[in-house]
Design a binder for this molecule. Sequence first.
Ligand SMILES: [Zn+2]
Length: 284
Amino acid sequence: MTLAFVNSPLDRCGNLRSDSVAITQLRVEQTSLTIQMAGDSVLFQNNAPHFLSGAVDNTILLGRDENNVHWFAKSVAPSDDLDFRHLRALASDGVLSAPVLSIMAQARSLLHWHERHGFCANCGAATVMADAGYRRHCDVCSADHFPRTDPVIIIAVRHGDNFLLGRQAAWTPGMYSTLAGFMEPGETIEQAARREVFEESGIKVGAISYVMCQPWPFPTNLMIGLIGDALNTDITIDPKELETARWFSRAEVRTMLDRTHPDGLTATHPIAIAYHILEAALKA
Ligand SMILES: [Zn+2]
């Protein structure tokens, strides 16, 4: 199974967004599709996503696919009478194709932002959607607000043939992962990675290399995958962040990725970037 949420086929049509006449026309075209979501879940019907044909006002334009179909998204109210499927489960179960899954992730992140930014952060007045969902505007103070993406560093720290993994108390028993944390304003990626690893584990990191990234739509993160070389080995965990952290041998990490560890330990799921940066670190 491959990394999820990274294969969007859409042309995001950035140049179209401010053309309200064109957007209105696209919304009423019968070939247009609208994804319906409640929170992290997609509305299904007959074991397939239940797309609306055409779109309604205030739907978000996601983009145009290779068949010239325009994809929109809207929030709907959750209901126990309807078939909603969680996006994370859809990813791990392989129910949707990778491209469709990526479009769903884009929809989820944008819908989440609109649901929580109905009022102006500058003056408190109600805001209105603009640019087909890529801006909210305040008519009172004229402030514009744009969808956010929150960068998160995630790093496979190694020391020789050993790898640093930790776990949070809330996780599935036996599951470990690479350390991760939100970047702060004014930091470089490398500074954020070194700070997070030291805060959580007491390990200092020297050289860092970039591996890959992943949009993670719970709700709007960008996971920046790194490999780093540890400068010390004595672990001091931050108990507010981690239940435990320890060094694992190369062979042990291999069995954790392959789900063959004799004690049932695992190292995250292949839909998530932690799995893939560990794979890269094992090969490096
Ligand atoms: Zn305002």
